[in-house]
Ligand binder design. Structure first.
Ligand code: ADE
Length: 251
């Protein structure tokens, strides 16, 4: 497949390293976004910042597929950990994505995307495996100085892990003990929460294009985090994200 791979992130720092390393870069502006075309690890890519939230992610994805002809889409960024054992610094690779704030009941079951007959979308299995393998290699290779970010009180200092499973998305930064607890109770299978992945998934599904989502866990979605969010993204998530994406493209 000669079509480019789209690499999408919500936050500038998450793409900065990849953008700086892009060969033969070419910038095209659409809908207030800069699409950076070029090659990375010898592969054609389009890098773009979606900005935050489901609508921003959907707009960006529709442009990547409709205007730029991308053949696969990978989202990289950070997420709040929900699952037991999903700690700050771990990486979550989505196998399914669901919009936790979608509720058209009683017309449709809670979470179901109206007229699609489903509440979750599966990521592409082989792309997801390749991403998880790249994440495992990246975590093993990250230098120790990337590890001692400010951990929340009580969080175990163990080597970071890669998890695979359900990731949920919604237009809310989940914080404070009640929001996190409610989400864990409603969707016990959810490993992590973020604000874009399930929207990207729905658009890719409609276009029939394979996609995958990888997230570094920046907080526990419970407000207990003493983590400095901006610092975590700058020092840890961006490094992790660049290593994972480069590893994926090299594979
Ligand atoms: N991205 C990173 N942490 C998050 C959280 N707690 N809620 C939603 N999106 C996030």
């Amino acid at each position: 497949d000669a079509r480019p791979t789209a690499i999408v992130a919500a936050i500038d720092e998450e793409l900065r390293g990849l953008a700086a390393g892009l060969d033969a870069p070419q910038r095209q502006r659409r809908a207030g976004r800069d699409f950076l075309l070029g090659t990375l690890e010898g592969r054609p890519v389009v890098l773009v910042l979606s900005h935050i939230g489901k609508v921003a992610a959907a707009t960006t994805t529709a442009l990547l597929l409709g205007e730029f002809g991308c053949g696969r889409v990978v989202f990289t960024g950070v997420a709040g950990g929900l699952g037991d054992g999903v700690h700050v610094g771990d990486v979550v690779v989505a196998q399914q994505l669901l919009q936790h704030d979608l509720d058209a009941s009683p017309l449709f079951p809670r979470w179901e995307v109206p007229h699609s007959g489903r509440d979750r979308f599966d990521t592409d299995a082989s792309l997801t495996e390749a991403l998880a393998a790249a994440a495992t290699r990246a975590l093993a290779a990250l230098p120790p100085p990337a590890a001692p970010w400010p951990l929340p009180a009580g969080a175990a200092r163990r080597p970071p892990r890669v998890h695979r499973g359900l990731v949920v998305s919604g237009d809310r930064f989940v914080h404070g003990p009640d929001q996190g607890r409610a989400l864990r109770a409603a969707l016990p299978a959810a490993l992590a929460v973020e604000m874009e992945g399930a929207a990207l998934a729905q658009v890719c599904h409609d276009f029939g294009v394979p996609f995958a989502v990888v997230r570094t866990v920046s907080d526990r979605a419970d407000g207990s985090a003493a983590v400095d969010f901006a610092r975590f993204i700058r020092e840890t998530a961006s490094v992790c994200s660049e290593a994972i994406i480069r590893g994926l493209l090299r594979a």
